[in-house]
Design a protein around this ligand. Structure first.
Ligand code: SF4
Ligand code: SF4
Length: 114
């Protein structure tokens, strides 16, 4: 089974959101994003099982990629951007349970849903 098949099986979870990492989030900021259909997950940095530094949040804005064809996959799969080519959901708190491709992504080492 190819990576493309695995992505179709997972339902292309990572192609449906624009995500960025943020530090402190006020209650007003939380309301702002939640009212717009965003998902917000904690992604605190852990080293050797210990939380390091301040809490981080991952904000997911619902915005399916225009190249995604539901049920068929990426219309530009063979020439998709590097960010897509190198992406793995294994450390992404939103999709790590669903991602079928288990490479290691650099940013997040542990997470808790807020
Ligand atoms: S979450 Fe993983 S399996 Fe799903 S589309 Fe993204 S890379 Fe592919
Ligand atoms: S270009 Fe393809 S792989 Fe990248 S986000 Fe869009 S649909 Fe997904």
């Amino acid at each position: 089974m190819t990576d493309k098949d695995l992505c179709i099986l997972c339902g292309h979870q990572c192609c449906k959101w624009i995500a960025f990492t943020y530090g402190e989030l006020s209650g007003q900021a939380l309301e702002f994003y939640l009212a717009r259909g965003c998902k917000i997950l904690r992604c605190d940095p852990y080293i050797d099982g210990e939380k390091k530094g301040t809490s981080l949040y991952r904000i997911y804005i619902p915005h399916p990629c225009p190249h995604l064809i539901e049920g068929k996959g990426c219309a530009i799969y063979d020439r998709r951007p590097l960010v897509c080519l190198e992406y793995s959901g294994s450390d992404d708190p939103l999709v790590k349970e669903l991602c079928r491709i288990g490479k290691s992504a650099p940013i997040i080492t542990n997470s808790n849903q807020s």
